[in-house]
Design a protein around this ligand. Structure first.
Ligand code: S3P
Length: 441
């Protein structure tokens, strides 16, 4: 699909919006709900390509899931307990969902039956050695093809593991915590930089034996964490939760609210887990005024309403601890940086090269077509601002977050922009363009 965007006469976003539920939390709720003892009820779940993959696979493993699309939407997951999953006759197709594939590899590594995990051409290019290596160190028997999917998982008895993660990755941590549910020893994970902790929170809510502690690193200032999953055969309790709105989806409107003059926007019920809100911290450092109201806890996660005010931005440097806390937000952050005065520098973000697309090269190529002054570095990018953007034909690179970030850039550009391949927004936010159109007019 080509999305053609004309900048509106009055550039503003107005109204109140609850963006769809959090993708990371929805996928985890489906997979963990499947092995709970009893029926989990998950309200306001996200219905998109990625979560459909997780739901369909879980059904193929013998778990009944009833989805209803009302307000709130609801998933009922008829958990079969840790040892109640059944083998699937055919390969389990994760589509383009890296979270589904990596977390499932952990869940399936310790089963008494074999499974094959396959995915789209895009997913089959993404690195899987980061999960197969530590899972195989736990005794799993998983083979990949040159470090990539399809993954062939043979039945195995898992033992405990103490593991220092070489990459800051919540998917790796979560795969190990899911495998830990089947290990006959403790699993201890050392995390150099803090990453999203939804799996830990959910396991604790279900009665799992997981504890996280911050430890001072040798360098003193840097944070690192030690996550311990104690061996336990106690059944996991079913979930009863409301999924907060996805901060990563709200991020596109948040930046629009800051960049577009005359905006008046309220983003309701957004997940504000501090392991996810690095973009909010970065925007505030850039001078943005974002109010947070009605803070509370939803589904074991902090949530609240975000009210951004339009105002000027100044350049900052993002690196170290902050980078993993905003790892999915760099496409829209780059758009914000084109409008900030000064030179914005992003470091320690080499992981962006192995997301749904190579986001460093993709952002540089596409935003340059619109007049941005942006250069790639091995582990990030540098943006000189402010730059007056102009319309162009740009490509989403098959990447939902690139499509949505380029859409916000198109609205502040002079002249018409065509975004090719914009249909990929359905990966996490099928109604993105409907919501954008509603708030712009
Ligand atoms: C995710 C973790 C992050 C993130 C991805 C979702 C998760 O990936 O980029 O979109 O749900 O755990 P990494 O763990 O590979 O950094």
């Amino acid at each position: 699909m080509n999305k053609i965007i004309q900048p509106p006469q009055a550039l503003r976003v107005r109204g109140s919006l609850r963006v769809p539920g959090d993708r990371s939390i929805t996928v985890r709720a489906v997979l963990l709900g499947a092995i709970a003892d009893g029926v989990s009820v998950v309200r306001d779940y996200l219905d998109c390509d990625d979560t459909q993959a997780a739901i369909e696979i879980t059904r193929a493993l013998g778990v009944e899931i009833v989805a209803s699309g009302g307000i709130p939407s609801e998933l009922r997951i008829y958990g079969v307990g840790r040892h109640g999953l059944h083998p699937s006759a055919s390969p389990l197709f994760c589509n383009a969902s890296g979270t589904t594939m990596r977390l499932l590899a952990g869940l399936l590594a310790g089963q008494s039956f074999a499974s094959t995990l396959d995915g789209s051409a895009q997913l089959c290019k993404r690195p899987m050695g980061r999960i197969t290596d530590p899972l195989n160190q736990m005794g799993a028997c998983i083979s990949a093809t040159q470090g990539c999917a399809p993954l062939h998982i043979q039945p195995a008895a898992l033992h405990g593991l103490e593991y220092s993660m070489p990459v800051a990755s919540a998917q790796v941590k979560s795969a190990l915590l899911l495998a830990a549910q089947y290990a006959n020893g403790d699993v201890i994970i050392h995390e150099g930089a803090t990453t999203r902790d939804h799996t830990e929170r959910m396991l604790v809510a279900m009665g799992g034996q997981v504890a996280s502690m911050q430890v001072a690193s040798m360098q003193g200032a840097a944070q690192s964490a030690r996550i311990v999953n104690r061996v336990s055969s106690a059944p996991l309790k079913p979930l009863e939760m409301t999924v907060p709105a996805d901060f990563s989806s709200a991020a596109f409107f948040l930046v629009a609210g800051i960049l577009f003059p005359g905006s008046q926007l309220e983003l309701r019920g957004v997940g504000l887990n501090p392991t996810r809100t690095g973009l909010l911290e970065a925007l505030r450092l850039m001078g943005a005024d974002v109010k947070v109201q009605n803070e509370g806890i939803q589904g074991g996660e902090p949530a609240g309403d975000l009210c951004p005010a339009c105002g000027p931005l100044r350049a900052i440097e993002v690196s170290g601890r902050l980078t993993p806390l905003m790892i999915d937000e760099f496409p829209i952050f780059a758009v914000a940086a084109t409008q900030a005065s000064g030179t914005t520098v992003v470091r320690d973000a080499q992981e962006l090269r192995v997301k749904e697309s190579n986001r460093i090269d993709g952002l540089v190529d596409e935003l340059r077509k619109m007049g941005a002054r942006i250069d790639a570095t091995p582990d990030g990018f540098v943006v000189a601002g402010p730059a007056a953007l102009h319309g162009a034909v740009v490509d989403a690179n098959g990447d939902h977050r690139m499509a949505m970030a380029l859409s916000v850039a198109s609205l502040i550009a002079r002249g018409e922009t065509t975004i090719t391949g914009a249909e990929c927004v359905s990966k996490t936010y099928p109604d993105f363009y409907a919501d954008l159109d509603r708030l712009i007019t």
